[in-house]
Write a protein that binds this ligand. Sequence first.
Ligand code: NAP
Length: 288
Amino acid sequence: MKTIIITGATDGIGKHLAKKLAAEGHHLIIHGRNPQKLETTVTEIMDVSPNATLSAYLADFSKMADVYAFASSIQQDFDRIDVLINNAGLFAGSERLATAENIEHTFMLSVQVPYILTTELRPLLETAPEGRVINTSSYMHHFASVKDLDFGMEKDYSAKQAYNNAKLYLIWLTCYQAQQFKQEGSNITINAYHPGLIATNLGNTNGKKKETKSLVSRVVKSVYQSLDEGIETGYFLALSNQVAAISGAYFDTKTIKRVSYKGYNDEKAKALLAYCDQKIFDYKESLL
Ligand SMILES: NC(=O)c1ccc[n+]([C@@H]2O[C@H](COP(=O)([O-])OP(=O)(O)OC[C@H]3O[C@@H](n4cnc5c(N)ncnc54)[C@H](OP(=O)(O)O)[C@@H]3O)[C@@H](O)[C@H]2O)c1
């Protein structure tokens, strides 16, 4: 049985996947930012699987201090992590919101946090016979526009562009870290994936339900897949032997799919990492 972390496990895809994996006897480490939702998730899992081994952690990933506190709790409480599923994400609102280090929230959730968690938890993943990192990207990365590498979207912000770009940068990060791990002789694999177009709370900002009045949104709603379908690829990447030796790939419907790299090269990946490292430096400086 594996020890599996799922971030953003209090709703949608993360919660549904946590329920399935816990029911199979894996030790689930679930994360959420809302104490009530985290408690409800624990209750729901235990109701279905009374023998589940479950650990639950609170952390608001729009705050660097919470991200580091979460990583440090995991380091203290566990000797080994088999699978890290970086799932927490958001489709932000029309106003650009940023962390204290001026990291735009969508980027923070989809790129900066996966980078920090993968880095901080790497020693625990190395201890596992086949440590796996699964980064939740999206088909929407095909629509990213990243010509000037404005990672903070400080010049020109829109929620849609922030989402599409962050999901592309996460693929860049995945490719770069996969290469790094291989070069350093690590057994850890790291892959990105698209779960499908799934009817969840994603984008329901301020507690409002998705706008369903327009013809376009009604058509989109009609093609949504179920949560059962939405967890298939994540489940496959977490456990299947078929992907044990695959790293640096992008999956959709349990298959390696073409990526729109949008000019990805080593230099651009290094610029992305330099941006993330600078933000980490800024955060650590602020603690002095
Ligand atoms: N649904 C889709 O069609 C689709 C398609 C492609 C990719 N994805 C990706 O799949 C992942 C899961 O999305 P979903 O559709 O399941 O969305 P969801 O239902 O909105 O779940 C998102 C999870 O992330 C958590 N989260 C959001 N902001 C956070 C913060 N500041 N700190 C900590 N946790 C935070 C949420 O916590 P709360 O419960 O407190 O809100 C929730 O647990 C995301 O990365 C998303 O981009 C989804």
